[in-house]
Design a protein around this ligand. Sequence first.
Ligand SMILES: [Zn+2]
Length: 55
Amino acid sequence: MQVRCMMCGKKEGITEEHVDYRKFQDNPKRVYICKMCMARTLNEAKDGQKAHKPM
Ligand SMILES: [Zn+2]
C-alpha cells in the first residue's frame, strides 16, 4: 500500500507488517508520518520538555 508522509511528503510503501496497516486499509485518508519525521517529532518534543524545565 502506498502512503504519503504528511510532514515531508515522501511516499512510502507499507506492508501488513506495519503497525498501522489495518488502520490505513480502513481509512486510506488517515494521516501517515514516516519513521524519520516521527523520530524528529519525538526528539523535538523531548527537547521542548527539557527547555521548559526550570533549573
Ligand atoms: Zn516524513
